[in-house]
Design a protein around this ligand. Sequence first.
Ligand SMILES: Cc1cc2nc3c(=O)[nH]c(=O)nc-3n(C[C@H](O)[C@H](O)[C@H](O)COP(=O)(O)O)c2cc1C
Length: 345
Amino acid sequence: MADAPFSRNSKKVSFLAPMQDITDAGFMRAVAERGAPGFAIAEYFRIHEYYELEPHILESVLLNPQRVCAQFIGENTEYISKAIAQIRNCYPQIKMLDLNLGCPAPKVYRKNVGGGLLRDIPKIAEILRVMRSEWDGCLSVKMRTGFDSDERFAEIFETVLAGKPDFITIHARTVKQLYKGVPNYSKIAEAVRMCDIPIIANGDISGAKKAREIIESTGCAGVMCGRHAVRNPWIFRQISEELAGLPVFEPTLADVRGYVDALRANIEASSDRMKYADSRLKKFLNFVGTAIDPDGAFLYKMRRAKGMDSLLKVCDEFMLDGGNAQKIFPQEPYAGVCSRPNHEL
Ligand SMILES: Cc1cc2nc3c(=O)[nH]c(=O)nc-3n(C[C@H](O)[C@H](O)[C@H](O)COP(=O)(O)O)c2cc1C
């Protein structure tokens, strides 16, 4: 059994959150170039009878296997054992493995995996018993506070602790809250009081100041950022500067334009994505756009751009032209500017 590569008493850590179809190796590189997080969890491997360790996910773990956790989502311990053996034998450089107890997509949780497992506490115990006995490396769990309420949080958390993970990440929302409900960070403080392993706080850690507030108010060992890192890839650098009491780096909109180029290059490097490169870039710009202008004009125009050239022209207009290049990219999104008005994210 290995310990986490950080402890409750060491320097506070930061994590890039796993995000399916977003946090591939190229995205991780684009973030690292702007101030790497301490650690990351990769998109999940769906473990079932015919599972495959998808090459693009493996690539993101193998990018930095001491610091990127592989993640499993699944409930069948026979297949989970098989996948652990495959990782042990074929990819011994992978050191960290995480169990997903949080995915809220109905088509996932209805199969009693991800967030669905929070309704089946004995099953959580069974899965962790198998994972702990067969995985020598660092084992972690990424969980939510409950399924449709956080009333059973203590019971679920005790069960997770009994599985002897080396650290636990808590997304401070229930499964039913999806990605929008107000996070209940008091559950993170409760978890910290209940154990002595590191607890990582997750859920709307939108900037460096908020990260410091959550660390101070909960006693957690670190923070994990997902969507806010897509908007602002400098967030991990800013968090470590804020925690060290140093001046916090302020990127300009020209720096953001450089980030857009890095995202585009990553998308275009993959031939199967070339055809839809502009719609794929828009997926990222929906997050970035919440901090470009207070009226949401960039988002409005960006969503209507047709083809890569006109999309990049809209980026130039708002990030470079007419003196915009020198403007500071704010650490927090503008109030009321919504990344995807009709979506849960
Ligand atoms: C598009 C998207 C995909 C996600 N995929 C995963 C995943 O594969 N595994 C996982 O544990 N969580 C996944 N999550 C949840 C995030 O890791 C994180 O817990 C959640 O977004 C809350 O953090 P945030 O407010 O910083 O974004 C995903 C979230 C989003 C928005």
